[in-house]
Design a protein around this ligand. Sequence first.
Ligand code: C5P
Length: 283
Amino acid sequence: MIQRDCPAKINLYLRVLGCRKEGYHSLETLFQEIDLVDRLTWFPQAGPLKLEVRGVQVGPQQDNLVWRAIQRFSEETGQVVAGRFLLEKYIPVGAGLGGGSSDAATTLTLLNEYFGYPLDQDRLAEQALELGSDVPFFLLGGCRLGRGRGELLWPHATPACPHGGFLLLPGLFISTTATFKAYAGCSGPSANQVPFLGENHLLEAAQAVSPSFARVWAVLKQHFVGELFFMSGSGSTCVWLTQETEMPVSCKALLDELGVAFLAFRFVGNSSGSITQISEPMS
Ligand code: C5P
């Protein structure tokens, strides 16, 4: 039996720099791994290939990113993957936390290790990108600057800010595809604009896609005014970076009223200083 954690991420900022021909957008984003995880277990000897998912309503098996990662790995390496995979989901789905992408990256890494590294780092990254724009980040984790579709990755020192806080979870599924489709401005920021912590160009689009999210966001934004408070990815998770270790009573009451759950979290990986280190991207 082999077991791995699949960590979630937040986007400390996310800027859309332009539209690309293939229907994707060029991004600049600061990914940060956090300590919320799904758990993937593989019983390699347990007969024919099978995937069991616990903790969420499952869609068709062929759409599951663990399943797709297994198929992709088999096709690319010729290895026959057998046995039972168990995926225990704790990361909310459609929440801008990258859960499915992380599950896929962990599957690729685990299979590659098990079969003696048939894919080198570049081929692994290629396969990861085929599965989704965020998947290459999860091969690396920590704090990374992402460009391109999100697959050109540089190590980045964690910004000088609280290295944790609370995830506010409205329990709303927001489709990444729908949010990017609703994103109107493809001109991008001008070159001399410096990104700021919590900046997210997809915020308006997410609100347009989900009026329920728009209502929750409007109330929360007023309550957390002056705080490091922002939306992660394409929503619907809102992030409050804070030194508080307990949710204040007044916030708790408001979140209860809105039907928004909360979860304490910490950053994982590089956490020293605030100096940007740029090196060769991982492509
Ligand atoms: O790559 P992934 O499958 O996660 O992307 C889901 C959808 O989000 C894409 O089909 C695309 O519409 C949109 N997207 C985008 N630009 C990106 C990443 C995703 O337009 N850089």
